[in-house]
Design a protein around this ligand. Structure first.
Ligand SMILES: *Cc1c(COP(=O)(O)O)cnc(C)c1O
Length: 464
């Protein structure tokens, strides 16, 4: 058997990594200089690295390991499925039991009439599916000119050509001549950074009404869909003010615009319900899911599609699909993951135990001299770093300078906490216990304290 070994010396692994492995979203030159941290195993909420250090994973990998690491029954289901049917496709009038059973389960769990599943390998390519699906929907209804999709600046919808185009990350658009044609953007509902003197509610309403203005600018007869994350994840865990989503929903209905809700992070318990759409009372026509669907154990994503859209699509051949759409091992693992979430009451644990406790502790960090606001919904949380709390001021330094300092102190203290610009974000495994939350908060505070000292020393505690 080919044995991939963790037992080479760390420096040797790092050198091979630097020589041959191109990392996503990374400056490989810089990383090669210092060496990547080599993760060797994981259990529950803890990672272990090649030096034997135990790291609390405050991000659940990339927002995905909802049931925690090291679950044996998932490993067994995967092995069994690999022996029975490791692969077959669903393109040419064939199907298989894992794809059938998972589609049925997702239809049962999903809100409203999202009764149909189109499989993908992750969130990005599911969103690529969505672009083609909503445009095909309108073409089939005799309105092919309705092809514009409206999204938001600072949204994240993945890293494929389609996903990057739908996303509102300017740095990503800059690489590869994106977005593709037919994508329009409105501003995000980030009150803390952009709300000025308005109340959060006034600001949220104004930002939602930008959708109506954009529809009128483009022409309602040209707009196919609006896409949004219930809570922006990679954009910095931005929680829209109350009233924002109700207004977005109203506008979509008024102009008969399809609503695509990207639940790649908010799905499968993250917000304390099965879906963020339930937490925020949204009625999507299409929902994007991935990440927590398999708790990250294997790659899988999907578009959950309403009766309304599926009925129209059923009238044509949708020339679209991936070799691994509905991969049997991925479907079997996702089903087992959902069984565990249901039978072990993981959603209830988030809603009744972990989220309220984390919220209490997270908000206490607001007393830190460098913390301007703390936000949390379920088990996704953020805090804004600031040199001037009263003014909600940004730092004079380039966005992310201070955030990176705090992130590095967090990493050094064995907590994975991410920075998005000068916001710090966490999204721990949903199975996190109260004791583990105490440890997370203690390490986060230590990172903030140590980061604050460095920021002061470097003369960065200055408003911009
Ligand atoms: C991560 C993410 C994606 C992309 O998913 P991949 O599996 O990385 O392709 C899309 N949308 C949102 C909201 C995400 O957080």
């Amino acid at each position: 058997m080919n044995k991939i070994t963790n037992h080479l010396p760390t420096a040797e692994l790092q050198a091979i990594d630097a020589a041959h492995h191109m990392h996503p979203f990374t400056n490989d030159g810089e990383l090669g200089q210092k060496g990547a941290r080599v993760i060797t195993s994981a259990k529950g909420v803890f990672l272990k690295d090649s030096e034997g250090e135990e790291i609390l994973d405050g991000m659940a990998g990339l927002w995905c390991v909802n049931i925690g690491y090291g679950n044996d029954s998932i490993a067994e289901v995967a092995a069994r499925q690999m022996r029975e049917l490791p692969y077959y496709n669903t393109f040419f009038q064939t199907t298989h039991v894992p794809a059938i059973a998972l589609a049925q389960k997702l239809a049962q769990l999903a809100p409203g009439d999202l009764n149909h599943v189109f499989y993908a390998n992750g969130g990005s390519d599911a969103n690529d599916t969505n672009i083609r699906m909503v445009r095909t929907y309108w073409a089939e209804k005799g309105q092919p000119e309705r092809d514009v999709i409206i999204s938001r600046w600072n949204a994240y919808h993945g890293s494929t050509i389609g996903g990057t185009s739908l996303g509102g990350m300017k740095g990503m658009h800059g690489q590869g001549s994106l977005p593709i044609p037919g994508i329009e953007f409105i501003e995000q509902p980030n009150w803390y950074a952009e709300g000025g003197d308005m109340t959060p509610e006034e600001f949220g309403l104004a930002r939602a009404q930008e959708l109506e203005a954009k529809i009128n600018e483009v022409g309602a007869d040209k707009v196919a869909a609006f896409i949004g994350e219930p809570i922006q994840g990679a954009g910095g865990v931005i929680v829209a003010p109350d009233g924002y989503w109700a207004e977005i929903q109203r506008i979509c209905q008024k102009y008969d615009i399809l609503l695509i809700v990207d639940e790649v992070i908010t799905g499968f318990g993250r917000t304390g319900n099965w879906f963020g759409s339930q937490t925020l009372d949204l009625k999507p026509d299409i929902m994007t899911v991935a990440k927590g669907l398999s708790s990250g154990y294997v790659p899988i994503g999907a578009s959950l599609v309403s009766d309304k859209v599926a009925e129209v699509l059923a009238g044509t051949e949708f020339n679209h699909g991936y070799t691994y759409s509905g991969h049997p091992v991925a479907c079997a693992v996702a089903l087992e993951n959902l069984r565990i979430m249901e039978e072990e009451g993981i959603i209830e644990h988030v809603r009744d135990v972990a989220a309220p406790y984390l919220a209490e502790k997270w908000h206490e960090l607001a007393d830190h001299p460098m913390v301007g606001e703390t936000k949390i919904v379920g088990l996704m949380a953020s805090l804004a770093l600031t040199p001037d709390k009263d003014a909600r001021a940004p730092f004079a330094s380039d966005a992310g300078t201070v955030g990176l300092i705090v992130r590095e102190r967090s990493f050094a203290n064995n907590l994975i906490m991410r920075h998005v610009g000068d916001r710090m974000v966490i999204s721990p495994p949903l199975v996190i216990t109260k004791d583990e939350i105490d440890l997370l908060i203690a390490r986060a505070r230590k990172a903030l304290d140590e980061g604050y000292e460095i920021v002061k020393e470097k003369g960065l505690m200055v408003a911009g």
